[in-house]
Structures are given as structure tokens and as C-alpha cells.
Design a protein around this ligand. Structure first.
Ligand code: URA
Length: 242
């Protein structure tokens, strides 16, 4: 998300907005190594390296973005008073204020983003931006044409109607479970499990395979990797006001 440089500099705690404007005019500010003097110049902190007197802004240095392949058994919180394992235990660095972007149930595995970028987190979780999440489920029960129609078209849950979803049935497993993929544009609590319950099915295994354009490609269960600058920029582009 592009913002005015003076706003970014003041939020980073380097100087007030007025002082930051003076710094820009004095040629003390660079964006990706290029001196910027134009008042009102905008930049995107997620992708640009902004420096004052040659020093990168502290806020930029401190931002982290991880894509985790969460195994079952970990809870999606930062700490747990009952001492259960949390997704934070799986990160390579321990940094304050890094939170999961939404939640996966303890028994759900798969793709989870974690970051200390509150602006991006808020955007990605906001229903207005319709960020796509894809899950692969193994469900017990019969997925009749009527059930599929309801799942796809919207059905009534305790917290209201669900939005249209994409559902694709892959077949039946050796255990007699239906192997099905579902893509949602919302992210309510336990939504996939509750949707299948509403059509008389029981989710026995659940994995998130995709979040926006991100997938688990090349990432083993329990492993995580930092997002690339291009991936961060692309997530930001999804949640910018249109
Ligand atoms: N829907 C669920 O039911 N559980 C999850 O963990 C994620 C989506």
C-alpha cells in the first residue's frame, strides 16, 4: 500500500511529519537508494527500502512475514496458558508481536501466514477484500447433489448465511471418505467443518492448501519460509482500497 513518505517516517518514530517533510526537502531521504526531494512522494513500505541519512527505517527492518506449513496438534495463538504447542514454536526467530493471520484449528494442518504487520493482517482478514482460501478435506458422509448445491450456493450457519463457495469432489479414499476441495472467500471460525456438518457430513481431515496466491509448494510439514518481497507486495495489492 503506497503512503506518503513523511507519514511512513513519522510512524517509524524517526521524526514528526513536519520534520520528515524538511528531511525530504533537504535530500536526506532515499527510496531504494534514490534520493527523493519531491514533497508528497509515496512509497510502499512492504516493498521499498526507505532510508534517512543512509539508515533504513527501524520499522522496515523489524517486519517479518512467514508462510508456515502447520502440522496438526499446534494451536494458532501466540501463547497458551495450558502449555500446548503453538504455531509460534515453529518459527525460526522469536520476535515480539508476530501473530498468525487468522486461525487454523488445532486439528487442521496447512498454510498459515504469520507477521507483525498489523495493517496487512487487518486487510487480509477483512471480509470486504474476499481473500480466497482453499482447503482439502476428507469427509465422512454422502455428498449428494443437493448437499453440493447448498455448499456452493450458501447455507445457513449459526452466525448467518455463507457466501458462495467453490467445491470440487476428487473421489473417495480407501477409507471410504470423500476427498473434496473447497474454496471460501470468508474466514469464519471453524467454517469448513461447520459447513460440512450442516449438510450431514463430518470432516475427518482438513488442510489449507492455498491462501490468496500462496501455496505450500516445496514446504514440508512443520517448515516455514519468509515471504518474498513480491509475495508481500501481491498480498498488499489485494487489500488496497479499490
Ligand atoms: N475451517 C475450519 O473448519 N477449520 C479451520 O481450521 C479452517 C477453516
Amino acid at each position: 500500500m503506497e503512503e506518503r513518505l513523511q507519514k511512513i517516517i513519522s510512524r517509524a518514530g524517526v521524526a514528526s511529519r513536519r520534520k520528515a517533510e524538511e528531511m525530504i526537502a533537504a535530500g536526506r531521504v532515499t527510496v531504494d537508494g534514490v534520493t527523493v526531494r519531491e514533497p508528497g512522494t509515496k512509497a510502499d513500505v512492504a516493498v521499498a527500502c526507505i532510508a534517512v541519512d543512509g539508515k533504513p527505517l527501524p520499522e522496515e527492518e523489524g517486519r517479518v512475514y512467514f508462510l508456515l506449513n502447520k502440522p496438526k496438534g499446534y494451536i494458532s495463538t501466540v501463547s497458551d496458558e495450558r502449555g500446548r504447542r503453538t504455531v509460534i514454536d515453529l518459527l525460526p526467530v522469536k520476535k515480539a508481536h508476530v501473530y498468525p493471520v487468522g486461525r487454523l484449528d488445532q486439528n487442521t494442518e496447512g498454510l498459515l501466514l504469520l507477521t507483525n504487520d498489523g495493517t496487512l493482517t487487518q486487510g487480509l482478514l477483512h471480509p470486504r477484500f474476499l481473500v480466497r482460501k482453499t482447503y482439502r478435506a476428507k469427509v465422512a458422509g454422502e455428498l449428494t447433489p443437493k448437499a453440493l448445491k447448498k455448499l456452493r450456493g450458501g447455507l445457513e450457519l449459526a452466525d448467518g448465511m455463507t457466501a458462495p463457495a467453490e467445491v470440487r469432489v476428487y473421489g473417495t479414499t480407501d477409507q471410504g471418505l470423500v476427498d473434496v476441495e473447497i474454496t471460501l472467500h470468508e474466514g469464519r471460525n471453524r467454517q469448513v467443518r461447520r459447513m460440512f456438518e450442516a449438510v450431514g457430513c463430518d470432516v475427518r481431515a482438513l488442510k489449507r492448501t492455498r491462501f490468496a496466491q500462496l501455496t505450500l509448494d516445496g514446504l514440508k510439514r512443520g517448515a516455514c519460509r519468509p515471504l518474498t518481497k513480491a509475495e508481500i507486495a501481491s498480498l498488499y495489492s489485494l487489500v488496497e482500497e479499490r
